[in-house]
Design a protein around this ligand. Structure first.
Ligand SMILES: C[S@@+](CC[C@H](N)C(=O)[O-])C[C@H]1O[C@@H](n2cnc3c(N)ncnc32)[C@H](O)[C@@H]1O
Length: 493
């Protein structure tokens, strides 16, 4: 049935930059309505590099980075200033919970059961052995989903600003759970298209999303939530195809070809394998793709965060390069050992459903709004966010031992938010040469125009620091680099 129209569409797609579906009737043995042709060919548009609009006009999609001009960047960033679940997603989750547990899900026996599960899930999660029977999906949606959904949109912003999102994009959501990453991406794309359209920038998108998930209850939830979200989406400038999730451990799932963006969000820590061996799972999943962008996100706690850097290091050994957040300022690979570094993006507004389940004497146990996570973005083509390389006038952090109580110049990445307080600002710093923790310490009374750029660098940003005093913290086996009034700090890279 599809064969003749499909081979014709293939021919037209390869020989013309645009054509109308109605034109196909000149060549087909049986006349077809445009709508019928559209439905027949819809799942093939992606492979044919086509975008076919609501008027059944098809144009050839030439893959390119999504435009990210300054004005558009500012406008889109403004939409994420007050992070929260978008109303339509909040409604979607709320009705899913109501369908599963009834309208009064947050009260009585059900409420108790859900609260008990939220607490249990937290314990299991940190312990690395979670199970997700049905009620646990509800707990996951109530407690973890909102923060993970919102924080991933910041990752998408980072990818988009760096030119790593394209108009034709195949995405793999690995360990998809209830669809956090898929839904977050769909919502991001919707916002991006709104901004483009306000700025009269015509961008046609064709996105294909695949997912792998081992738990069937999660797949059911994924399918229900993503299809409901898609059904409410006007697909005028964006065609989204969500393929049937693959039910399998990622370790043995079929390797997809030509994926552009692969996301492992909060899944590697759930694997039994030690951190260095998790890299083999990621490498295998990426082996069918020429140059995918691989995003790995893990919780910010000490164990999971450190484990991620070990996995990252093993992936570098496989030939991946780190796009961000790490910069190898001296051109040396770091060991990935003993590295606790995470990004903090502040709090999201708690969705109503979270507040309802938390409405007990122990509110704090059920409220989870803090966006704090460890991540790495990897590439196979050597692309890095900061190309900066340090030169001779700076000292490597691996040489600090010989310069205790002396003033030195250093070039480093800022690898944390403020770990101190309002009296003493403390930032983890790294130049890739040592696994001994190093911190830039700026007492509030020393803040001056000379050094205030330290606050502007942002997570992963590179700074040059001139005349910082080296102090050893023997108790914590670390170094503090004291920044004083006359210490110069400038943002580099
Ligand atoms: C913590 S949830 C994360 C879900 C989603 N990615 C997110 O960020 O919200 C982890 C998910 O990964 C799935 N998972 C864990 N290990 C897996 C594996 N080896 N293969 C496939 N799925 C796995 C679990 O079933 C669960 O749905």
């Amino acid at each position: 049935m599809t064969t003749e129209p499909l081979s014709l569409a293939k021919y037209l797609a390869s020989s013309r930059s645009e054509f109308a579906l109605s034109e196909m009737n000149q060549y087909l043995s049986r006349r077809c309505e445009e709508k019928e042709l559209y439905e027949l060919l819809k799942s093939h548009f992606y492979d044919l590099d086509l975008f076919c609009d609501a008027g059944y006009k098809c144009t050839k999609l030439v893959k390119h980075a999504l435009p990210a001009d300054e004005a558009v960047v500012r406008e889109l960033e403004a939409l994420f200033k007050n992070p929260q679940l978008p109303a339509r997603v909040e409604k979607l989750i709320n009705s899913y919970i109501e369908r599963s547990c009834g309208k009064d899900w947050h009260t009585g026996e059900t409420g108790l059961l859900i609260r008990e599960n939220i607490v249990k899930q937290k314990e299991e999660y940190w312990g690395g052995k979670p199970q997700y029977p049905k009620i646990r999906i509800i707990s996951y949606l109530l407690y973890h989903f909102p923060v993970y959904f919102c924080q991933f949109q910041y990752m998408l912003l980072e990818l988009w600003r760096g030119g790593l999102l394209t108009n034709k994009m195949s995405i793999l959501d690995a360990g998809a759970g209830p669809g956090t990453i898929t839904l977050s991406t769909l919502d991001f794309i919707r916002k991006l298209q709104d901004v483009y359209s306000k700025n009269k920038i015509d961008v046609k998108l064709n996105i294909r999303i695949d997912s792998i998930e081992r738990a069937s209850e999660n797949i059911d939830c994924y399918k229900e939530l993503t299809s409901l979200y898609l059904s409410g989406l006007k697909q005028e400038d964006t065609i989204v195809t969500i393929n049937e999730p693959v039910r399998s451990p990622i370790e043995s799932a079929p390797v997809l070809p030509n994926v552009d963006l692969m996301v492992f969000s909060n899944v590697l820590a759930e694997m039994g394998a030690p951190p260095s061996q998790r890299a083999a799972v990621v490498e295998r999943a990426a082996s069918g793709s020429e140059n995918p962008t691989v995003v790995i996100i893990e919780p910010a706690d000490l164990d999971n965060s450190k484990a991620l850097r070990v996995t990252q290091h093993a992936l570098v050994k496989y030939g991946f390069t780190v796009y961000s957040p790490c910069s190898f300022i001296w051109g040396l690979e770091c060991s990935g050992e003993n590295c606790w570094s995470f990004q903090e993006l502040g709090n999201i507004r708690a969705p109503d459903f979270m507040e309802r389940i938390a409405n007990t004497g122990e509110f704090y146990r059920y409220i989870n709004t803090d966006m704090k996570f460890s991540f790495v973005i990897l590439r196979k083509d050597g692309l890095v966010k900061h190309k900066y390389l340090a030169k001779g006038k700076f000292m490597r952090l691996s040489n600090l031992k010989k310069h205790i109580e002396k003033r030195v110049n250093i070039a480093v990445s800022v690898m944390s938010g403020n770990l101190g307080d309002e009296k003493t600002f403390v930032y983890k710093i790294c130049d890739g040469t040592t696994s001994i923790p190093c911190y830039a310490v700026l007492p509030a009374y020393h803040i001056s125009d000379n050094n205030s750029m330290l606050f502007e660098a942002g997570y992963g940003g590179i700074v040059e620091i001139y005349g910082t005093l080296v102090r050893e913290n023997k108790a914590l086996s670390s170094y503090n680099l004291l920044i004083m009034r006359n210490t110069m700090v400038s943002v580099a890279g």
